[in-house]
Design a protein around this ligand. Sequence first.
Ligand SMILES: NC(=O)C1=CN([C@@H]2O[C@H](COP(=O)(O)OP(=O)(O)OC[C@H]3O[C@@H](n4cnc5c(N)ncnc54)[C@H](OP(=O)(O)O)[C@@H]3O)[C@@H](O)[C@H]2O)C=CC1
Ligand SMILES: O=C(O)CCC(=O)C(=O)O
Ligand SMILES: [Mg+2]
Length: 419
Amino acid sequence: MEFQHICVPSTGEKIQVQEDFSLLVPDQPIIPFIEGDGIGVDVTPPMQAVVDAAVAKAYAGQRKIAWMQVYAGEKATQVYDKDTWLPQETLTAIKDYVVSIKGPLTTPVGGGIRSLNVALRQELDLYVCQRPVRWFTGVPSPVKNPGDVDMVIFRENSEDIYAGVEWKAGTPEADKLIKFLREEMGVNKIRFTEECGIGIKPVSAQGTKRLVRKALQYAVDNDRSSVTLVHKGNIMKFTEGAFKDWGYQVAAEEFGAELLDGGPWMQFANPNTGKQIIVKDVIADAMLQQILLRPAEYDVIATLNLNGDYLSDALAAEVGGIGIAPGANLSDSVAMFEATHGTAPKYAGQDKVNPGSLILSAEMMLRHMGWVEAADLIIQGMEGAIAAKTVTYDFERLMEGAELLSSSEFGAAVIAHMD
Ligand SMILES: NC(=O)C1=CN([C@@H]2O[C@H](COP(=O)(O)OP(=O)(O)OC[C@H]3O[C@@H](n4cnc5c(N)ncnc54)[C@H](OP(=O)(O)O)[C@@H]3O)[C@@H](O)[C@H]2O)C=CC1
Ligand SMILES: O=C(O)CCC(=O)C(=O)O
Ligand SMILES: [Mg+2]
């Protein structure tokens, strides 16, 4: 394929998706990467160094990633033109090459471009945002027993208020919609109808079920003990409440779940292990308390887009912060791995921040590709570097007797602990 600015490495090959959605991974797969805005320049090179070292060590040079830079965000405006934030060929490459990884991208608050991160997820229909949250021994934490925090968030990634269906206060569009709601839908509960911004929250059965199905299947495949549907259905009955109902429905119809003690909780036996998997639900605000007070009771979480965004940062804080929390955006075929944190502009270019989040996102990527041995080496390297108290500023400021490392030095420390 001919690209305008993307240079396809001559040595690598494409990963292929088979009919059953399993991957055919060549020994030299081409992996597109977006460096990212802000601290993207600080975290992406250590991530690549760590991945290259892990792959080289695990497969004695038989396998190697051929990195292919693709552009989005501020860098795209420099490489293409000042108005091109998300080039079409970036989307094409991410789709065609199947597995990719990205650094954070800036989203201005209020006016200007809508989130490029959200746009990437929507354009490629990456409907699952999977964010595992676990504690590494020695990581500073504000909770008493951070080892109890071991959850995997499945955040719906394509619907909810992230769909971006909203209009600014005072525009003819907002006024028109408010007039329609009042005059044709009998809505009399909009408190101030003038100068009122308005947004729409779409939540569908199809969108909910495909997400919850993935969460339930993950629990089965990984021998997890429960799946919790997190929602605010007491207030938003036909969106968040429906999410809960459709979630239980998938559990019953597709996984054979039955009511537990008369319901609404359900359970079913894991067909692989025979162990019972509980399917339960918790209201979102109560969940933010539960994860602090009783984290051991939660395992896999399935939730809507905005709840998932809040929950992932809150949970990350319990195990060392967003500097170490990884993530993946998945469709049935395409996978784009990305850090949970943003561009942290005040630290940009200082070689200071924690590259752990992107490194662990790459670890998820290698596992997804079936390169488990390399993924295991990365975990070993992270555990070793943290146990040796050789860490970046975010951990160092909270750890007794730690040695302060830069982003790139931390990457090197992870590599040094892969043995
Ligand atoms: N997926 C994406 O690309 C995302 C993009 N964004 C975008 O990023 C921009 C900035 O957002 P903001 O709300 O400031 O959130 P950020 O995640 O960029 O930063 C918030 C704070 O989190 C800490 N932090 C973030 N990353 C790291 C890291 N790698 N290592 C250590 N600490 C870290 C820092 O805390 P401290 O100050 O305590 O050191 C930082 O000030 C916005 O434009 C936002 O839209 C936000 C989230 C996700
Ligand atoms: O795109 C953004 O600016 C924010 C995204 C975000 O917060 C997230 O993905 O967790
Ligand atoms: Mg977020």
